[in-house]
Ligand binder design. Structure first.
Ligand code: SAM
Length: 284
């Protein structure tokens, strides 16, 4: 059942986009003193060895972080994200890739609350040990979709939720929509970051429209949608073409920061001539 291991994909183009957005949102949250909560519903192991057996299988990081790691000419938000990955590698060669909880650990302040959910027992154990010394932190081996409602609204009413399921089972698409609807009823001010893979299947193609419909009547600050398309599906229509992030109640600065980075991401990570991006926003 739990066949998915993020170690196979760590540091690929989709992680780059996801963690760039996550880092910018967390930096924005830290601009105010008041503590905030981050709930990571599908947290993974927290860090991944890029020279390990899993990561080496398809070496997906070569089409992601490895192409950016030594660049000195990156737009500032992208530079700042790559700096976090360098910090995770003690400013040495790229050997480890930080997952979302590690990006969070580097950017959150002591007073900020971190809540991680991860179902895979091995990854949950590794993550719990990695975050052991961080104050205001819990790592649970529970279904993140189901657990989220118990976290909302967070005590300070400042909160970010990352929803990053594997989508290996199609039920995940429906669960994302249902979870977002229910969460917005409880916490209409929350910032929700939803990652999705760009695939040639109906569920993937329809997801963004369904997210917009779930968000528009309720979210107080609207939504932002960013998609980075780097590859073509194969002749049978299989393969991930790219990925997207749908952000509910985005920080107002996020659009312009991403606009600054996306042309570089297309140029650097695109695997064919028509690689492209989409950036759209609706303010409520
Ligand atoms: N968010 C992580 C990051 O950015 O580094 C990557 C997460 S990975 C895409 C998805 C993770 O969700 C996997 O580690 C998988 O074991 C876990 N998982 C799958 N179903 C889950 C569920 N219902 N609740 C919590 N975790 C789940």
């Amino acid at each position: 059942m739990l066949a998915y291991r993020h170690a196979f994909h760590a540091g690929n183009h989709a992680d780059v986009l996801k963690h760039l957005v996550l880092a910018e949102v967390l930096r924005y949250m830290a601009e105010k003193d008041k503590a905030y909560t981050l709930v990571d519903t599908h947290a993974g192991a927290g860090g991944y060895a890029l020279d390990g057996r899993y990561a080496q299988k398809n070496a997906e990081h070569l089409g992601g972080i490895a192409a950016l790691y030594s660049r000195k000419d990156l737009p500032k938000p992208l530079h700042d994200y790559v700096e976090l990955v360098r910090e995770f590698n003690q400013n040495g060669p790229l050997k480890q890739y930080p997952g979302s909880p590690a990006i969070a650990y580097m950017l959150m302040r002591e007073q900020d609350r971190l809540r991680c959910y991860e179902l895979h027992p091995t990854d949950q154990r590794i993550l719990a040990s990695y975050l052991d010394e961080r104050p205001n932190t819990q790592v649970q081996q529970q279904d993140g979709f189901a657990a989220l409602k118990g976290e909302l609204p967070p005590p300070s009413r400042r909160g970010v939720v990352l929803i990053d399921p594997p989508y290996e089972i199609k039920a995940d698409y429906g669960k994302v929509i249902a979870t977002l609807r229910e969460s917005l009823q409880r916490f209409a001010d929350g910032t929700f970051l939803i990652w999705y893979p760009q695939l040639q299947i109906l569920e993937s193609a329809q997801l963004v429209q369904r997210l917009k419909s779930a968000t528009e009547p309720i979210a107080k600050k609207g939504w932002l949608h960013v998609r980075l398309s780097v590859a073509q599906a194969d002749e049978r229509g299989f393969g991930m073409m790219g990925s997207g992030m749908f952000v509910v109640n985005p920080p107002f600065v996020l659009h312009d920061k991403l606009a600054e980075c996306l042309p570089t991401l297309v140029d650097t990570l695109g695997q064919y001539d028509d690689a492209n991006y989409l950036l759209e926003q609706q303010t409520a």
